[in-house]
Design a protein around this ligand. Structure first.
Ligand code: FMN
Length: 166
């Protein structure tokens, strides 16, 4: 199995982190992988806000209903896209997944926290001083961790059909 496939297969959402900062150089490289994600017509409608200060992480944790663990992460990436782009959600989701996998390649665990359509999406945007023409796609908690997670996953045979459904 090659390294990328191994990362993709081993990645799990991790919500507990050890107290160890992530260097700015690594954070920049991880976001660079988000920047290079595919986007419809190559519009690249995204904007990434990286929050590392405790006060900011705590505020995001307070806002995100199912993201309280953001407060304990080394960093949180807020992914935004221009809301009037037709494929803003797909584009922002592709960037989000790139960031998650790039982080994993650096030994950094993460959890995708819902953003798009959530009742706190506008509060997050305003808190981060992001202009109104952007909308929140996701929050990504990032941190080193000593935890692993087992999750039940569907079998390949349940979800893979060849040529036609039947
Ligand atoms: C669009 C989306 C929204 C999610 N929102 C949350 C969330 O708000 N809080 C959370 O703890 N996990 C969230 N998750 C993570 C999922 O719960 C997780 O991916 C799923 O349980 C499968 O586990 P795994 O990531 O370990 O494979 C979200 C994942 C996706 C793709």
């Amino acid at each position: 199995m090659n390294e990328v496939v191994k990362l993709l297969k081993e990645r799990r959402s991790i919500r507990e982190y050890i107290k160890k900062p992530i260097s700015r150089e690594i954070l920049e490289d991880i976001i660079d992988c988000g920047r290079l994600a595919p986007s419809a017509r190559n519009i690249q409608p995204w904007l990434f806000v990286v929050v590392t200060e405790q006060e900011g992480k705590q505020q995001l944790a307070n806002l995100a209903t199912h993201g309280k663990f953001i407060a304990d992460a080394a960093a949180c990436v807020a992914v935004f896209c221009e809301r009037d782009q037709q494929y803003f959600l797909e584009d922002g989701s592709a960037a989000t997944q790139n960031i998650i996998i790039a982080a994993k390649s650096y030994g950094i665990d993460s959890c995708w926290v819902a953003g798009n359509g959530k009742e706190y999406a506008e509060d997050v945007r305003e808190f981060l001083n992001v202009p109104e023409n952007y909308t929140l796609i996701s929050l990504i908690s990032l941190g080193y961790s000593d935890k692993t997670a087992e999750r039940s996953k569907k079998q390949l045979s349940e979800v893979l059909k060849w040529e036609k459904y039947k």
